[in-house]
Design a protein around this ligand. Structure first.
Ligand SMILES: Nc1ncnc2c1ncn2[C@@H]1O[C@H](COP(=O)(O)OP(=O)(O)OP(=O)(O)O)[C@@H](O)[C@H]1O
Ligand SMILES: [Mg+2]
Length: 148
């Protein structure tokens, strides 16, 4: 089977599966193929291991969509920075709501504990991915999923 045979009619393509299976390789190859066909393509991941940076030999981590070749953009979402921004949003809401000068230590402890929950990371990743998919104007979105 050739790569072109697995390209669906939908603009969203996801590569998932166990570690080392070829997700990043296939994501990059599919994105490259589609870009060469003249489509505007974004390939992205939330993998902190920055493997799209490796495969394209460019440091793209946390930098937004970076143009690799004409029509081909790659993005590595920095999930940690999204979690930190989310924590800051919560702190600001508490300060505004209660008129505190600083966040009380017991609330800060709670914010830290809540951020350690896997659900917080998933939620931050989900928000970031929704932002990417909703905002962009690409013909195809190729999602290189993380195997946790
Ligand atoms: N079709 C293939 N045939 C042979 N080797 C391959 C193939 N696809 C990928 N590889 C090799 O397998 C290794 C893992 O590939 P890749 O990094 O794409 O996997 P991955 O699923 O993204 O891994 P991870 O879960 O660590 O992100 C690499 O060394 C890659 O060159
Ligand atoms: Mg990978």
């Amino acid at each position: 089977m050739a790569l072109k045979d697995i390209i669906p009619s939908k603009p969203y393509v996801m590569f998932g599966g166990k570690g080392g299976l070829g997700k990043t390789t296939f994501s990059a190859a599919t994105a490259f193929y589609l870009a060469q066909q003249g489509h505007r393509v974004l390939v992205f991941s939330v993998d902190p291991q920055a493997s799209l940076s490796d495969i394209f030999q460019r440091d793209i981590f946390g930098k937004g969509p970076v143009e690799i070749i004409p029509n081909l953009y790659a993005q590595e979402i920095d999930a940690d920075s999204h979690i930190k921004a989310y924590q800051q949003e919560i702190r600001q809401k508490i300060l505004d709501m209660y008129g505190f000068d600083q966040v009380p230590p017991e609330i800060e402890d709670y914010i830290q504990a809540a951020s350690a929950e896997p659900a917080m990371e998933e939620s931050a990743i989900f928000d970031a991915v929704v932002d990417v998919v909703v905002r962009g104007d690409y013909d195809y979105y190729i999602y290189d999923l993380v195997h946790l």
